[in-house]
Every structure is written in C-alpha cells, then in structure tokens.
Write a protein that binds this ligand. Structure first.
Ligand code: SF4
Length: 173
C-alpha cells in the first residue's frame, strides 16, 4: 500500500525514496562521474540496505561532481510508493519497470515544474494535461496515457511530440 505523499511533491525527499537516482539512470564519465555505470545498476557507493550514499562527504574529491546538485523533482518518492519492498529484494522485471518509471517521471516532473514557474506557461492547457499525467501515476502506478489525457495532449500535436520526446514519456528511456 503506498505511503502518504510527501509535503512538497516537486522536491526530492530521499527519506521516502530508495536511492533510485543512484541506480536507475546510467552514469557517464563525461557527465560528472568518475566511471561509467549502466542504467538499472546500483552505483558502487550506494548502500543497498540504507539506500544512502557511502561517499556523500567526499563526492567531489572522488569525482562524483553531479550527484550533490541532482534534483529528481519528487520522482523518487512518487515511484517508491509503488515498491512493495526494498527493490534489491524484488523480481528483476518489477525493478526494471520501476526504474524506467523513475527515469521518465523525473524528466516529466522537471518539465512540469519549470512550466509551473513561468507565468506564460503555468495555465497553458498542455501544462495542465502533463500535470495530470504526473498525478495519474499516484492513482494507478502506471505511466501510460489515459484516453482523456491523450485527447488533451493531442490538441497540441507538434509541441506535445517534442516535449514527450524530450522526456521519454510513452517509451523506454
Ligand atoms: S556517488 Fe553517491 S550520490 Fe552519487 S550516484 Fe553514487 S550513491 Fe548516489
């Protein structure tokens, strides 16, 4: 059963997550990491029991220059609500599915949050429809277009296509 939502749903809340940002995305050396890490694999520094970073005090010195400033825009807690147990104990197919949710939701929520912060975009119907995509995940645990939301997104085909391509919504990242 999902926990109650976090207080600020568009901010990271690591206490309500399971280190998803340290496992789901792939890391590349030219993106502020000292080593490459494939997607769907835990970082070598992630404690698999506490889901805390074992190198947090020395990140920059060890070459992890991206981690401290990373913001998931609340995707981690939102996805973690649908994990029935610690992800290392779950079947791989379920873990991979939720990791994929995290990658797509974090980008989608970044887009929604930035639109919310721009006066000319905040009330745009596309922003409202994308917000509903995020909200629907809370209800269903699925990041799939509901017909009613699809119809609203379809009113802006070019813009929607570009945005959806940018965030990977509707396909695997
Ligand atoms: S170094 Fe720490 S914060 Fe960065 S990805 Fe690894 S576990 Fe996460």
């Amino acid at each position: 059963m999902p926990m109650t939502p976090p207080l600020d749903p568009f901010k990271a809340d690591c206490a309500r997550c399971q280190g998803l940002c340290c496992a789901a995305p792939g890391h590349r050396q030219d993106d502020g990491f000292p080593v490459d890490k494939p997607a769907d694999r835990a970082c070598r520094n992630l404690d698999p029991e506490t889901f805390r970073c074992r190198a947090f005090e020395t990140l920059e010195r060890e070459g992890f220059t991206t981690c401290r400033g990373y913001e998931c825009f609340g995707a981690g807690p939102q996805v973690a609500r649908w994990l029935p147990a610690a992800w290392p104990t779950l079947p791989e197919a379920e873990v991979v599915r939720r990791f994929d949710d995290f990658r797509r939701l974090s980008r989608l929520r970044c887009l929604v949050a930035h639109m919310a912060g721009r006066a000319e975009l905040a009330e745009h119907p596309l922003h409202l429809a994308l917000t509903d995509v995020v909200t629907e995940y809370d209800r269903t645990g699925r990041l799939a277009p509901a017909p009613s939301i699809n119809a609203r997104l379809a009113a802006y085909p070019d813009l929607t296509r570009e945005m959806i391509r940018a965030v990977g919504y509707g396909g695997r990242a």
